[in-house]
Design a protein. Structure first.
Length: 118
């Protein structure tokens, strides 16, 4: 069973930073590819950041390139999303997601809310 738990959301001023974390089991961490999505009110859930299988290269949505960084902590089975220079368009529920190889992401955490005040 794949379980993902996000943490680190909250309220931050525009221009500020937050770091989101996703915790999972060791088996999930080593078997699945983890990434981050977000969903703003009234909008579809969209990809934010992830790792490409095999090459392990990071990739990002254009809207967050240069501001967000995804990373892994192999000792703690965690994936982080460092979000800098947060903008008014960044508020959303952020989800950790897992996929096997190149198939679609199929497993989701419960989400963590990010709010940006202007």
């Amino acid at each position: 069973q794949v379980q993902l738990e996000e943490s680190g959301g909250g309220l931050v001023q525009a221009g500020g930073s937050l770091r989101l974390s996703c915790t999972t089991s060791a088996s999930t961490f080593t078997t699945y590819n983890l990434g981050w999505f977000r969903q703003a009110p009234g909008k579809e859930r969209v990809f934010v950041a992830g790792f490409l299988p095999i090459t392990d290269t990071t990739h990002y949505a254009d809207s967050v390139k240069g501001r967000f960084t995804i990373s892994r902590d192999n000792t703690k089975n965690m994936v982080h999303l460092q979000m800098n220079s947060l903008k008014p368009e960044d508020p959303a529920v952020y989800f950790c997601a897992a996929r096997y190889g190149l198939v679609e992401y199929a497993y989701w955490g419960q989400g963590t809310q990010v709010t940006v005040s202007s």
